[in-house]
Design a protein around this ligand. Structure first.
Ligand code: ZN
Length: 128
């Protein structure tokens, strides 16, 4: 059975891309990798991974994903920091979705910092 294409748009099979982060085989080396894997977790409906990669100071107690929202694509627009050697970084992205026959996009600049050496999502601001 052919492997599912990764939702993050890398063009790779899921199990060679964000799937390795979701199942704990690998950890994100860069903030951009974590961003991609979190988008894929939204697209695949994996709130556990989203909570696990949320910074402890901003993580919500529970996360319910809206099953009516279908994520249809991710565009990375800009990054700062977030490299192998960085302690923090930002990723600006546009995530497209479809809900109840309508399409829309979430345009956000997310902040990522390391916690216990691993990249975590801190927070994000909408870009309009
Ligand atoms: Zn991916």
């Amino acid at each position: 059975m052919p492997s599912l294409r990764c939702p993050c748009g890398s063009g790779l099979p899921l199990d060679e891309c964000c799937g390795r982060l979701h199942d704990g085989t690998a950890t994100a080396a860069t903030a951009e990798q974590l961003m991609r894997s979190r988008y894929s977790a939204f697209a695949l409906g994996d709130p556990g991974y989203l909570l696990a990669t949320w910074h402890s100071t901003t993580r919500p107690p529970v996360l319910e994903l809206d099953p009516d929202v279908h994520w249809t694509g991710l565009d990375l627009l800009a990054t700062t920091g977030g490299t192998l050697l960085s302690a923090e970084g930002t990723v600006e992205f546009r995530a497209s979705y479809r809900v109840s026959g309508r399409t829309g996009a979430q345009h956000e600049r997310s902040r990522f910092v390391r916690e216990d050496g691993r990249w975590r999502y801190l927070d994000g601001v909408s870009v309009t």
